[in-house]
Each structure stands twice: as C-alpha cells, then as structure tokens.
Unconditional design. Structure first.
Length: 149
C-alpha cells in the first residue's frame, strides 16, 4: 500500500490519501456502530504493474457495453461513466502530473470480468525510466546499509 498526507494552505495536516492498494476496510461493530457500509458498493483501488498503471473497480455487475471511459484533457483526469447512470468516477494519475505529460486516449484500455472493471493506462517511457532509476537507487542504498553494519 502507498499513502500520502499533505498539508492545507494554512498548515493543517489532511487525512491520508491512498495512492496504491486497498484502503483498510472498516469492520462493522454492532456494539459501537448503528449502521455499516454495504459490501455491495463499488470499491475503487489501484494496483500497478511494471508496464502500466492499473485501477480496479469491484462490485460493478453491469454488462460490458454499459461502460464508457474517456479522458478529460482540461481537468487532466480519467472519467468512468455508465450508460445507466449508476456509476461515475473521475480520477487523476499523479505520476503524469509530476512529469507534466499529457493524458492520451490511446494509452487507456479496459476490460470487465467477474463484476470487476479493470482500467489500464500504459506508462510513458519517462516514467518507466524514472522507476528503474528509483529501484536502482534503493538497491544501492540497501547495499550501503549492509556494508556499514
């Protein structure tokens, strides 16, 4: 899981934002809670692969022809819509914002199986190179730590 926490303009620390992985599920306790969140609600999470950014929306039982994915270039977000207007979600790709790369419709693919919508966005070469450099740097740092001890 990867999370980040930012500060507001006046310095207040905001809540944790889950960037990758599943957020911790709150379990319903009948002694302390009056109502609980339904397990049938759609659950949005991110799980990247080596070649692409990947998001999963679980608990979406609609047929495949009901989904419409597009890119909002003005807001720099990916938009998920259903034709029956039961699900709508906009999300961004923070790694592309860092390198100021434009969102491309051609890099966006998706498929639906087992009540799960899987959305993939092919990583640009610049992001792949940066990740490889980061992994090499982490490996180098861990090797230096071992030599010190």
């Amino acid at each position: 899981m990867r999370k980040r926490r930012t500060k507001t303009a006046i310095g207040k620390v905001e809540e944790w934002e889950v960037l990758q992985g599943d957020a911790e599920a709150r379990r319903w306790n009948p002694d302390t809670m009056m109502i609980g969140e339904s397990t049938q609600n759609p659950q949005f999470s991110r799980k990247d692969t080596a070649a692409c950014f990947q998001w999963r929306v679980r608990n979406l039982p609609y047929p495949e022809d009901n989904y419409n994915l597009s890119v909002d270039h003005a807001a720099r977000k990916v938009v998920i819509r259903t034709n029956n207007k039961k699900y709508y979600k906009k999300f961004d790709i923070p790694e592309l914002d860092v390198i100021d790369a434009p969102l491309e419709e051609a890099a966006l693919t998706w498929h639906h199986a087992n009540n799960t919508l899987v959305i993939s966005y092919k990583k640009p070469a610049k992001v792949v190179q940066a990740e490889k450099a980061d992994i090499a740097e982490q490996k180098k740092m861990s090797e230096n730590d071992i030599k010190l001890w």
